[in-house]
Design a protein around this ligand. Structure first.
Ligand code: ZN
Ligand code: ZN
Length: 281
C-alpha cells in the first residue's frame, strides 16, 4: 500500500519529544510521502516546512501565510514567498485561506492576504492548499477570481465563461468538512477535496456523503496532525500513520478497497503536486 499524507504539521511542539519515531511509524504504516505545511507561527519565518523537507527524501513542503497570521504579512513577506516558490522542495502554497471562526486577523486583511497569495501561486504555477472555516462563500468567491488568469480578473468582471473542469490542478480544499453541495461547488472550480479525521466522526454523515459523490480523481487524504485524530484515536495527538484510518473509512464510504483508495489518492497527489517540478527523493 502506498499512501500520501497531504497535510502534516510535524514542526508542532507536540512532536518535539518523538518526531523521528512518529515519522518511522508513518513509513512503517505505508505512508510513503508527506507534505509539510509551512505556515508555522507565521511571518517572518516562512521556511519551517522547507527546513524539515530538506532532511527527508519523502517529504515535500508548502509555503504560505495562514489566515490566522494574515495581520503579520508585509510586502517583504510576499516578495520572499515569490522567491521561495522556486525552491525545489516546494510543491504548493498553503495553507492559505479564510478563518472567520477565530478571526485572529481582521477579515478584510485575511481576504487581501489570501488574494495576494493566490496570485503568487498562479504566477509560480503552484497549486494551493486552502483552509476555510466559517467563511465558505467568501472563500469560493476569491477562488473563482483567483482561478482566472490575472488579466481576466483585472479586466471584464462579466466574463462568465466556464472553466474546464476535471483538470484538478488548482489545488486542495484541505480538511474538507462541507456537505455535498459545497463539495460540488469546489469541484466545479477544479479543486481536489482532502478528507481527514472528521470523516470518521459519528456525526459527520454530510461529510461522508460529500466523500461519496466526489469523483475518484479528485480525492485526497490527510491528517492535519497533530489535530483532528481519526477514530479510533480521536482525542489523542494525531500523527501521519493514522491517515490509514481515514483512507479505510473513505474506502468503506465509497464501496472500494483500502488499496484502491490508497492508489487513487496517491496518484491524485502526484498529478496535482509533483508535476510543478517539486523534488521528491
Ligand atoms: Zn487548516
Ligand atoms: Zn493545517
Amino acid at each position: 500500500m502506498r499512501l500520501v499524507d497531504s497535510h502534516v504539521h510535524l514542526d508542532d511542539r507536540k512532536f518535539d519529544a518523538d518526531r523521528e519515531a512518529v515519522i518511522e511509524r508513518a513509513l512503517a504504516a505505508g505512508v510513503e510521502r508527506m507534505m509539510a505545511i509551512g505556515t508555522g507561527s507565521g511571518p517572518p519565518d516562512l521556511e519551517t516546512a522547507i527546513r524539515q523537507a530538506e532532511r527527508y527524501p519523502f517529504m515535500l513542503a508548502t509555503i504560505g501565510v495562514h489566515p490566522h497570521d494574515a495581520g503579520k504579512a508585509t510586502a517583504e513577506t510576499f516578495e520572499r514567498l515569490r522567491e521561495l516558490a522556486a525552491h525545489p522542495k516546494v510543491a504548493a502554497m498553503g495553507e492559505i485561506g479564510l478563518d472567520y471562526h477565530y478571526d485572529f486577523s481582521p477579515r478584510e486583511v485575511q481576504r487581501a492576504v489570501f488574494r495576494k497569495q493566490l496570485e503568487i501561486a498562479a504566477e509560480a504555477g503552484k497549486p494551493v492548499v486552502v483552509h476555510t472555516r466559517e467563511a465558505w462563500a467568501d472563500t469560493m468567491e476569491l477562488l473563482r477570481q483567483g482561478s482566472k488568469p490575472l488579466s481576466d480578473v483585472r479586466g471584464s468582471e462579466t466574463d462568465s465563461e466556464p472553466r474546464p473542469s476535471g483538470s484538478g490542478w488548482r489545488g486542495i480544499i484541505h480538511c474538507f468538512t462541507g456537505d455535498s453541495q459545497q463539495a460540488r461547488e469546489a469541484l466545479d472550480l477544479g479543486f481536489c477535496l482532502a478528507f481527514g479525521g472528521v470523516l470518521t466522526f459519528p456525526k459527520a454523515d454530510a461529510v461522508r456523503e460529500a466523500a461519496r459523490i466526489t469523483p475518484e480523481d479528485r480525492l485526497l487524504v490527510e491528517t492535519d496532525c497533530p489535530y483532528l485524530a481519526p477514530a479510533p484515536h480521536r482525542g489523542r495527538r494525531n500523527e501521519p500513520a493514522f491517515v490509514v484510518e481515514v483512507a479505510r473509512r473513505l474506502a468503506e464510504v465509497r464501496g472500494a478497497t483500502l488499496d484502491e483508495i490508497a492508489g487513487q489518492t496517491t496518484r491524485n497527489f502526484e498529478r496535482l503536486c509533483l508535476r510543478g517540478g517539486a523534488v521528491n527523493g
